[in-house]
Design a protein around this ligand. Structure first.
Ligand SMILES: [Zn+2]
Length: 355
């Protein structure tokens, strides 16, 4: 088969479903030796089909696609990364342990680069060096959702979806409005307060119309008198239906009044960090309550049983080098490999060769 036929086959031009017949006819038409053979009349009985060469635009488009795929695959992207519909898969394709855990998140996708190079990553240790937010500048307007809301086991957390509900829950900070999209939980806590970690943490994830993000967070502490935060009881009302990743159900009535009071009366830490899960996008405004809310043992056990361990390790102080980048630079064998290659090269050996 010649180049023209190949091009015709791949471009799909003027080739009917009987490819064998068409190609045979083409061969007869193009090769005079075939038509001179004794049985040539059988082959030439059917008039040769005209193969229309691909249009120049088709060839140019194919060439550009070839270059695009070559360049991206050469730089470590997988075909899955290049397929736009796979983004939701990528977003959930991380874990908290092993090669796909926090140390490997940047390697899962080029979109996760911030996890290993950004200098504004979360969570962090919160102490006096971290600035505070004045409660006077914060207005939390969360309506009660008496009908409850949808809750999902995403495989990484338990997440309650409130975006698109009849009334929008909003937090105003310094006069700017942020709409609440969802809230989810982490066991154990991601943030620490003066190096103390807590059994659980909740993140209320907001966005403003300009795309900037704000996360309102509080930690929970176990109680000895069985008191617990009412919102948690509502969230875990149907938790037995959420044991498998991907399952969804409804929460009980969500009443936010005590929570809003907690944020507006107590002291808050405020800093600029990131999402604590891939793609670790930075520039996120964090407001974390300095005092924990209550959590009783049965509620804690119910959360922990479903979510397992889902806390990212503590990041460096905001503005300082990403810990992963720092650690990679300090790996001793990196220097040895470089020296080995250098020595082999100087002796005339191949840099790419193996010993
Ligand atoms: Zn979170």
């Amino acid at each position: 088969m010649g180049l023209k036929e190949l091009a015709a086959v791949y471009s799909g031009l003027d080739i009917d479903s009987d490819n064998t017949k068409s190609l045979k006819d083409t061969r007869v038409a193009l090769n005079p030796l075939v038509s001179m053979q004794p049985h040539a009349e059988k082959l030439t009985a059917t008039p040769a089909r005209r193969v229309v060469p691909p249009k120049p635009t088709t060839l140019i488009l194919s060439f550009l696609i070839f270059i695009y795929l070559t360049l991206h695959l050469a730089h470590g992207a997988s075909l899955r990364d290049l397929w736009p519909l796979s983004r939701s898969y990528r977003a959930s394709n991380f874990t908290y342990t092993g090669a796909t855990g926090p140390l490997g998140w940047a390697g899962l996708s080029k979109a996760n680069a911030a996890c290993s190079i950004s200098k504004l990553q979360s969570p962090i240790n919160l102490d006096a060096a971290v600035g505070g937010a004045h409660p006077r500048n914060i207005i939390i307007a969360f309506p009660d959702f008496n009908e409850g809301a949808e809750i999902e086991n995403t495989g990484q957390t338990l997440e309650v979806h409130v975006r698109g509900m009849a009334t929008t829950a909003t937090t105003h900070l310094d006069g700017k409005a942020y709409a609440l999209d969802r809230f989810h939980f982490h066991t154990p806590s991601e943030h620490r307060i003066e190096e103390e970690y807590f059994p659980m943490e909740v993140h209320f994830v907001h966005h403003a119309v300009d795309g900037t993000r704000l996360v309102l967070a509080t930690l929970f502490e176990l109680t000895t008198d069985n008191t617990t935060t009412e919102l948690l009881t509502a969230v875990t009302q149907n938790i037995s239906a959420l044991t498998a990743p991907g399952t969804r159900t409804r929460t009980g009535a969500l009443l936010f009044e005590p929570l809003a009071a907690h944020f507006q009366v107590g002291a808050l830490y405020r800093y600029t960090g990131s999402l604590t899960t891939p793609p670790c996008t930075d520039g996120v405004t964090w407001l974390v309550a300095s005092e924990p809310l209550t959590l009783n043992v049965p509620t804690f056990l119910a959360f922990k049983k479903v979510m397992r361990f889902n806390a990212r390790y503590t990041q460096n102080t905001p503005g300082q080098e990403n810990l992963l980048e720092m650690a990679a630079r300090q790996l001793p064998h990196r220097g040895r490999i470089w020296n080995w290659n250098w020595n082999r090269n100087m002796k005339g050996g191949s840099v790419l060769g193996l010993p």
